[in-house]
Design a protein around this ligand. Structure first.
Ligand SMILES: *Cc1c(COP(=O)(O)O)cnc(C)c1O
Length: 398
């Protein structure tokens, strides 16, 4: 029998939580259980497993030991009783939300959320008879005003894409609780190293594990963490039926990635802060969005609820659309790619790429200015990153 591990701190939990030496083989690393199905000892055991009288593995869509190790690790990091992993972040969002609402219900959602989540709410949920009110401001009072008698769910994301709006998590969770409805947060940008929303009163935390959790840009995944009862109902009543199952290989890659999450976030936080300050003092840059900067409108709230300000920096290049495109065409170290949370620095220019089909007025409404560039600052040497941005910015004509 292995001794139970003892530890207190999150930078130890990223390594040890959810994982143990295999009692049968002594294997130290969690194996990839690349098996879809698990045999029963006899018919009676099958009956007990299916009627939930006994815990055990049946079929990978219902549960798998590699996925389970990842679920226990993520639950420990978020301070949750339980977690459910899914095939992608969007699978976590759709599974969670579809599990909690039905036709006739109302959702209060932040307007500034991941674009596919917004599309899911705006296109699908509305068509299925779920009412959604989007709150464009960061004021908790506006969330309170949007509540209705049939509100079942308050959905938020902070800091949010792409201009890093900061929401007061505890204040919004209190508003939801007061009305007896659940609050859900997408904690992908902050990660539990920087923010632990359950401690601030939120009911469920969602992640795109594709981003910082994996950290190396090589596996997609998602997760939902919360109380045992909520996770059990999401898992048994919805996840099994929607079927967005993570592969055991991806779970293994994400377990591997998570072991360095605390170290990586420390470097992401430090590099992003330095890049934000460098850009703020650069003559070719009009504006910088980073919650760590004292003049960011959400700085005080962020200081209260974040241990570090994260690795995403938004900035507006002087010269609009053409300047943004020029910058992207002339960086030599940053990689031109969507996604975020990778070890390497990724750079995007939303107005000419991800949001190119959105009409300009709509774009400006959600903060996507012509010259807006988003950096997912990696963990390279920060001087190399500054040098790269500096040489590319030098050619931008004013
Ligand atoms: C990427 C992302 C998602 C979606 O995750 P996928 O793994 O791509 O499905 C959701 N929320 C945020 C904040 C993201 O950055």
């Amino acid at each position: 029998m292995s001794k139970e591990k003892r530890f207190r701190y999150i930078d130890t939990a990223v390594i040890h939580a959810g994982e143990e030496t295999c009692p049968r083989t002594g294997a130290v690393d969690t194996p990839i259980y690349q098996s879809t199905t698990f045999a029963f000892d006899n018919a009676n055991e099958g009956a007990e497993l299916f009627s939930h009288r006994k815990d055990g593995y049946v079929y990978t869509r219902y549960g798998n030991p590699t996925l389970n190790a990842l679920e226990e690790k993520i639950a420990a990091l978020e301070g949750a009783e339980a977690a459910q992993v899914t095939a992608s972040g969007m699978s976590a969002i759709s599974t969670c939300v579809l599990s909690l609402v039905q036709g006739g219900d109302h959702i209060v959602s932040a307007r500034s959320i991941y674009s596919a989540a917004f599309d899911l709410f705006f296109r699908k949920l509305l068509a299925w008879g779920v009412e959604v009110s989007f709150v464009g401001s960061t004021s908790p009072d506006d969330f309170a005003r949007a509540m209705k008698p049939n509100t079942r769910l308050v959905y938020i994301e902070t800091p949010s894409n792409p201009i890093l709006n900061v929401l007061d998590i505890a204040a919004i969770a209190r508003i939801a609780k007061k009305q007896g409805c659940l609050s859900v947060i997408d904690n992908t940008f902050a990660t539990p190293i920087n923010t632990r929303p359950l401690e601030l009163g939120v009911d469920l935390v969602i992640h795109s594990a594709t981003k910082y959790f994996c950290g190396h840009g090589d596996a997609m995944g998602g997760a939902i963490a919360g109380s045992r009862d909520l996770i059990r109902s999401i898992s048994v009543e919805t996840h099994r039926d929607l079927g967005g199952v993570m592969s055991p290989f991806n779970a293994w890659l994400i377990l591997r990635g998570l072991r360095t999450l605390a170290l990586r976030m420390e470097r992401h936080n430090a590099n992003a802060m330095q890049i934000a300050e460098f850009l703020q003092n650069h003559p070719k840059v009009e504006k910088v969005f980073y919650p760590g900067l004292p003049d960011h409108p959400g700085h005080d709230v962020a200081r209260n609820q974040m241990r570090g300000f994260g690795g995403i920096v938004g900035f507006v290049v002087r010269g609009g659309l053409e300047a943004g495109k020029y910058l992207l065409d002339n960086v030599r170290l940053c990689t031109l790619a969507v996604s975020l949370g990778d070890t390497r620095t990724l750079i995007t220019h939303p107005a000419s790429t991800t949001h190119v089909v959105v009409p300009r007025e709509k774009r400006l409404e959600i903060g996507i200015f012509d010259g807006l560039v988003r950096l997912s600052v990696g963990i390279e040497n920060v001087q190399d990153l500054k040098d790269d941005l500096d040489q590319a910015l030098a050619g931008v004509s004013r």
